[in-house]
Design a protein around this ligand. Sequence first.
Ligand code: FES
Length: 103
Amino acid sequence: TLQWTDAAAFDEVPQDDVIGLAVGGRDIALYGVDGSVYATDNLCTHGHARLCDGFLDGHEIECPLHQGKFDVRSGAPTCQPVTEAVRTYPVRIDGGRVYLALG
Ligand code: FES
């Protein structure tokens, strides 16, 4: 079974945008897309850049450093130069709070 960690208020997650925050000692990026929330590691898998400083377009986050892209739903790379997926986390929304399964 999944262990859920309280990450943020649902209202804190901007729609069509991304925020970075520390959850359970990890640097996490939260994305608001179409009323849903997605979570990934905040650090890009290509270099030392935080995805929360990037640009969210639909379900795609563009890294601010070399403009690599990931699909925030799967973490899959969608544009060079990133080739390695970014880790994603299951999200649950309950009582106006956003919970993550950090595993
Ligand atoms: Fe993200 Fe290079 S550090 S694309």
